[in-house]
Design a protein around this ligand. Structure first.
Ligand code: NAD
Length: 504
């Protein structure tokens, strides 16, 4: 098509009904194209029960071939640039993202159902920070020299892996793209990125912004189905690394397929994350921190959601009173409405899945439904995929709602008396992504943090990832680290050792 896409997101936001028949092309080798065989997918908004808002190409294996070939062609020249060139490009992209932040945020709200004020705008701000951070560390992609005597020069180079495939989820598409795209590019790789079927629009706009500052082929953004386009990327012989964020189920498949051809992978997968509250933790900040940790502002659709609250029995009632009140005050509604604290669940399948978990929780003997429950069946919230904040108390650790990742606004609460019991409960999961510990005794908090099997533990706070931190899971929450300089070096470069005999 070769067209530019300057006003498309604004069209989408201002007049959803006018654009239903519009096809938004994808970025391949610097061109905006349709799928070669003409396949398309509908994009829907969860705010209005899956109303169609756009169409995007459904790329096939031949489109993947073309994108990977373009990335391969572009890679040597991109890697050969002085690091300043890559740094400058990322910094300029950050400036442009910032300039178009509102557009990106509104598109994210429409696309994902995440509330504009509480989620979509902060997500774009994080994206800007990530591009700036990786622009800033561009010169750190460097090697070492071994003191091997005057007759030898023995040094290492940090070299890019080549072509990186990034497979992205729908829950925070921009932030997770920000974990991968600037990190891979700054190290001299080129990329083919694939948004999730449910949330491609904000990423197509991000690609549009990036493309202004990158040579053709350095970043390609292909829309398409996981089993087709995603699978073709994972199996492609010329993809040097697969960086995947999504469910543990698909992550396992990706690891198998990429492993078959011995391609490196990093996997950021699911979580069922504990939040342990000690009795001395109760203060004004605790409830706000716990609220942040639940990620209910994102409908609980976060892999790092502190979805299992393990609270000491002595403060259980006090904590529950405070938390239930705060969660009950959250305004659920249209993600584009400034008043909404919490938006919509991404699609019908997820909506029904969360509803089934709630029904299952309600049916457990002895369970106490402290807040919420099944979604409203009438009124404005029944017009979209809206769930309300739900809290189950007196939850037994062997129930499904305590063991499986619900990915919805559902918190399960289990009281404890002994710290060893709390840690046993915290670690009694196949997952190991994030955890939260609350205590005013730092010694106790840190000792506990060190005993928890998770890639990321926060003490006395519940917010999201911060720029430059190490981020990634253990156990079935994945492998590899992102967000930090170290993660970039480990994840997107390899070390080459060069040993030279010097003449006297
Ligand atoms: P998903 O696994 O269904 O999809 C993720 C991506 O994989 C999508 O782009 C999808 O199209 C693609 N895909 C699907 N099948 C594929 C296949 N056979 N081959 C290659 N690619 C394929 O996950 P989702 O529903 O989009 O996201 C929700 C899940 O992601 C949750 O489990 C959540 O915990 C996890 N998640 C993890 C993190 C993290 O950082 N650990 C962050 C966000 C989401």
């Amino acid at each position: 098509m070769g067209n530019t896409v300057g006003t498309r997101s604004a069209d989408l936001i201002d007049g959803v009904a006018d654009v239903r028949s519009q096809l938004y092309p994808m970025l391949l080798d610097g061109q905006w194209v349709e799928a070669q065989e003409g396949g398309e997918s509908e994009v829907t908004t969860p705010a209005r029960r899956g109303e169609v808002i756009a169409r995007v190409p459904a790329s096939g294996a031949n489109d993947v071939d073309r994108a990977v070939a373009a990335a391969r062609r572009a890679q040597p020249a991109w890697a050969a640039e002085h690091f300043k060139v890559r740094s400058r490009a990322l910094a300029r992209i950050a400036d442009d993202i910032e300039a178009r932040a509102e557009e990106l945020a509104r598109l994210t709200a429409l696309d994902t159902g995440n509330a504009l004020r509480t989620q979509a705008r902060p997500e774009v701000a994080t994206l800007v920070d990530l591009f700036r951070y990786f622009a800033g560390v561009a010169g750190e992609v460097k090697g070492t020299v071994l003191p091997a005597g005057e007759g030898q020069l023995q040094y290492t180079r940090r070299e890019p892996l080549g072509v990186v495939a990034a497979i992205l989820p729908w829950n925070s598409p921009l932030m997770i793209a920000g974990f991968k795209i600037p990190a891979a590019l700054v190290a001299g790789n080129t990329m083919v990125a694939k948004p999730a079927e449910d949330a491609p629009l904000s990423l197509l706009l991000l690609a549009e912004i990036c493309q202004e500052h990158l040579p053709p082929g350095v970043l390609n953004m292909l829309t398409g189905r996981g089993r087709v386009c995603g699978n073709a990327l994972v199996e492609h012989a010329d993809v040097d690394k697969v960086s995947f964020t999504g469910s543990t189920e698909v992550g396992r498949l990706v690891a198998q397929q990429a492993g078959h051809r011995l391609a490196p992978t990093s996997l950021e997968l699911g979580g069922k994350n504990p939040a342990i509250v000690f009795p001395d933790a109760v203060d004004d900040d605790l409830i706000d921190g716990l609220l942040l940790a639940t990620r209910f502002h994102r409908q609980g659709q976060s892999c790092t959601s502190g979805s299992r609250l393990l609270v000491h029995a002595d403060v259980h009632d006090e904590v529950m009173d405070g938390l239930v009140k705060k969660l009950g005050d959250l305004v659920v509604g249209d993600p584009l409405d400034e008043a909404s604290d919490m938006g919509a669940i991404i699609n019908e399948t997820q909506f029904c899945g969360v509803r089934d978990y709630i029904a299952d929780g309600c049916s457990q003997p002895g369970v106490k439904l402290a807040l919420g429950g099944l979604p409203p069946s009438d009124g404005p919230l029944s017009e979209g995929y809206y769930h309300v904040p739900t809290v189950f108390d007196a939850v037994e650790p062997n129930w499904r709602i305590a063991r499986e990742e619900i990915f919805g606004p559902v918190l399960v609460v289990t009281p404890w008396r002994d710290v060893d019991e709390a840690i046993r409960l915290a670690n009694d999961t196949n997952y190991g992504l994030a955890a939260f510990v609350w205590s005013s005794d730092l010694n106790r908090a840190l000792t506990t943090a060190h005993r928890i099997e998770a890639g990321w533990v926060q003490v006395n706070q519940g917010g999201g990832q911060v720029i430059g931190q190490s981020y990634g899971g253990v156990k079935q929450s994945g492998m590899g680290r992102e967000v930090s300089l170290e993660g970039m070096l480990e994840g997107f470069t390899h070390t080459k050792q060069v040993n030279v005999r010097l003449s006297a």
